[in-house]
Design a protein around this ligand. Sequence first.
Ligand code: SF4
Ligand code: SF4
Length: 236
Amino acid sequence: MEELSNKINNIKKRYRDIFLKTVDAIHARVEEIRPSGVEGDVFDKFEENSKGKQWQRAVLDMFENDICHEIYRKWNEILEYRKNFHCNGCATCCNLACSEFSPEELKEKAKNGDKFAAQFTKIFVPYNSVQEAEMIYPEYLKLLSDTLDEDVYFYHCPMLDDCKRCSAYENRPEICRVFPDNPLSILPESCGFYQWRLEVEPVALMLHSMVEIIDYYKQKIPILEERMARGQEDRL
Ligand code: SF4
Ligand code: SF4
């Protein structure tokens, strides 16, 4: 278990390091387009029609038109590269699926139109207890519980037969066909996509951190707030 905890701590540390580098890289791009003579921070309040306000608009445009497109393109490259790897039928993901949502919450989400929740609740049933799930794959369960900060619930699929084969293979739902479609999914070492995840992890973590940082900028640059307030005023 020592080795496993180290692995988890290493992922968290790698993400922290990448996150800090990305903060610097995005900050540098914001500074690159600072108009001459503008003092202060991009999060400050500037007068309407001032150079500072133009800078804030340019920063938001750069996120929207350049950086978000770069993230999208890179993410698609990662998914394209996934085609070089294949499911080997180890059945771990059928036997031990996890979700941050309880069965009741998933049903509620499905009722409200969430397509993933609808498919998930159609095939997966919850384990009666964490201990029951633990018996299936103790190492993977520990990896999942320790990596995710929030509570997790464990599920299994009754379509899996005694030979660990999917009894509904031809008609298996979309979520089974595309799994794992996220390079940051926690995968067991037995998974045929484990190597894919290892190879693309640094770039995927960087893209994830870019999204988080851009969201932060978007929330803190006062322009959006003003736009929303203006929109509300217009509607009154
Ligand atoms: S439907 Fe088949 S592929 Fe999907 S989780 Fe169940 S056993 Fe696995
Ligand atoms: S864990 Fe990976 S290799 Fe195993 S059944 Fe699921 S997708 Fe296939």
